[in-house]
Write a protein of this length. Sequence first.
Length: 438
Amino acid sequence: MSLPQFYLFVHILFLCCLAVHCALAGSAFWILFAYLRRRSGGLAAEARLLAFPLPHDLPAVLIQLPTYNEGRLIARAAQAVAKLDWPVDKLHVQILDDSSDDSLMESEAAADGLRASGISAEVIARHHREGFKAGALAEGLRRSCEPFVVIFDADYMPAPDFLRLCMRPLLNDPRLAFVQARCDYLNADENAVTDAQQRVLDAHFAVEQAARSWSDQVLPFNGTCGIWRRAAIDAAGGWQGDTLAEDLDLSYRAQLVGWRAVFLSGVTVKGELPRSLPVWRQQQFRWTKGFAEAGRKLLWRVWRSPLRFGQKLGSTFHLGGGLLGPLFTLTLASGVIDLSVGYGPTWTSMLLLAASLLGGAIIGPAALMLAAQILVRGSTLAVEIPRLPRVLAFQLGNGLANLGAAVEAVFGRETAFERTPKHAEMSVQNCYAPRSGS
């Protein structure tokens, strides 16, 4: 290849990378458009789902609480589970404890408390972490036979009516694989880091998930605050620990073989946000890498599946977001060569660059965050606009810091599942107290 041909190749590669960035940025605007367009009908349909009558003879439910070195958190989660409004003889609780510290004693005490309340409970302690969370969940399923499986991470506390609300759609639609409730937060007002996280995560949990569900797109499971139909887990091949995003992986595999899923935006479960920037970054590294691993594993299956073309395209943009690390690296390398010694700045490259940066890093995320805070939280532009620069700076900084996670995933480098440190300072009694800014 001659030098002019090389420069032409790099220029085309740079333009192609920028075009992909623009397409990924554009998916945020599609999410927002779908949310705004379908919000009224979606909320009405959700109200109908939650109005379905429950049968007189309620089914047995397995509640799984996966935990790893969580300490007192598991006791608080167990207290919340004990308050669920469901016949105690139809509940079985598994505390799946892979801990390497003294947390196992807390788990045993929590199980004793549940049994004292009349609820069947057991602690399943593995002496290894094979498959991490997916391995623990799978081990629990091997020891159970209940037709419905509820999953709560240890820092989440369901309200007493959680089961009575979320079981209604599952019991009235035999093709539903899972029902996902909306994750909410106990400590969003604690400091600037938790405040920023609430706004970043609300864009996903409150807007994106609702838009996907209402548009009949493939809906990802968030790993907690949801109920699975056991038959759907088995039909999809069960929990698999070959990615750090076992929740995303299983939810896609279930829907690729014909199952459906529903998101309930009006049913919330509160959990804790990481309190410091380093811990948040650690959590985001795991999420980013798991997302990229799932994309590498599932994208080809999406296009070979019987999904509709629109669902395949939406899934490609969704899973493709996990590959931003390698894409950014390729864009940066080709851009440096093209702009410095190749074709230099051209109208096409500059327009694509501006569109990808403004749309992907600023306008798209800002629009989703504003929609969540104003339409879901009931805030106002006057309150939210001044906070946006700080929140966007946190998000962009975290994203840049974790680009390597996606690169590691693409090249198959394995890392252990690292727990995100949380605390247990808020009791079950006041976890649903109103907080400012919501």
